[in-house]
Design a protein around this ligand. Structure first.
Ligand code: SAM
Length: 232
């Protein structure tokens, strides 16, 4: 594949990701605050705040987890109809509410083509075995003129890399151990960030799947980035 995984690795990855998020579901929100020192809230606010959401928009928030993005979408646009989807039922069970929750794989979405005005996915695509399939699916389910907006960890600025590496390889697994009794899951998390394509490669993949006006914006020196594109 584009991402250097062999078939064996692919099966491994799927199992691992499932294990990671089923395991951490209950501690997920706490861990996000701890690992990012609360900054993930600002990233998410900025991400959702920057979206142009039409009146009565139909939105799909994929890999929506405990609903961090979906709740922000509703606050930002009260007329929106938001569907949250995630491959792990335990993640969806954390916050039952008036949102529509659907357990599904982003690589093969059980949604009709040309249906949504907006596709959001925050910190989820890195966990998918075939990120390009997810982009192709997002393209399919979006209406013509619909927007793709993906928030994901990215490649950090070279000057900051030594500090960032030291923090993520040393501090994050220890936090996982202390707060969630699960060092390995958080070790996986750190590694998955390193394996994900950088900003330009990811933008190229999005273009390859047919999106136009593809742009990205770095946050916190590239710790994460927002990629956007429009379905023609
Ligand atoms: N979007 C939420 C947020 O920003 O807080 C949750 C992000 S969480 C780091 C990643 C989520 O991706 C998990 O809930 C996991 O179950 C989900 N996930 C992993 N692989 C997936 C796939 N193939 N299809 C759909 N969801 C997936």
């Amino acid at each position: 594949t584009h991402f250097g995984f062999t078939d064996v690795d692919e099966e491994e990855k799927e199992k691992k990701v499932h294990h990671v998020f089923a395991n951490v579901a209950k501690k997920y929100d706490l861990m996000n605050d701890a690992m990012s020192m609360g900054v993930h809230r600002l990233w998410k606010d900025y991400y959702v705040g920057g979206l142009q959401i039409p009146y009565n928009a139909k939105i799909l928030d994929m890999a929506g987890g405990t609903g961090d993005i979906a709740f922000r979408l509703l606050r930002h646009s009260p007329t929106a109809k938001v569907t949250v989807s995630d491959i792990n039922q335990p993640m969806l069970d954390i916050n039952p509410s008036r949102l529509k929750w659907i357990c599904a794989n982003a690589e093969q979405m059980p949604f009709e083509s040309n249906t949504y005005d907006l596709f959001t996915m925050s910190f989820g695509i890195r966990n998918c075995t075939h990120p390009q399939k997810v982009i192709a699916e997002a393209f399919r389910i979006l209406k013509p003129g619909g927007q793709l907006a993906i928030l994901e960890f990215s490649q950090v600025n070279a000057a900051l890399k030594p500090i960032y590496d030291a923090y993520s390889f040393n501090v994050i697994p220890v936090l996982g151990e202390i707060l969630a009794s699960d060092r390995q899951s958080y070790q996986y998390l750190v590694e998955s960030i390193r394996k994900f394509p950088n900003q330009d490669e990811f933008a190229r993949i999005i273009r390859e799947e047919g999106f136009e006006r593809v742009t990205y914006e770095n946050m916190t020196f590239g710790v994460c980035s927002i990629h956007k594109g429009t379905k023609p």
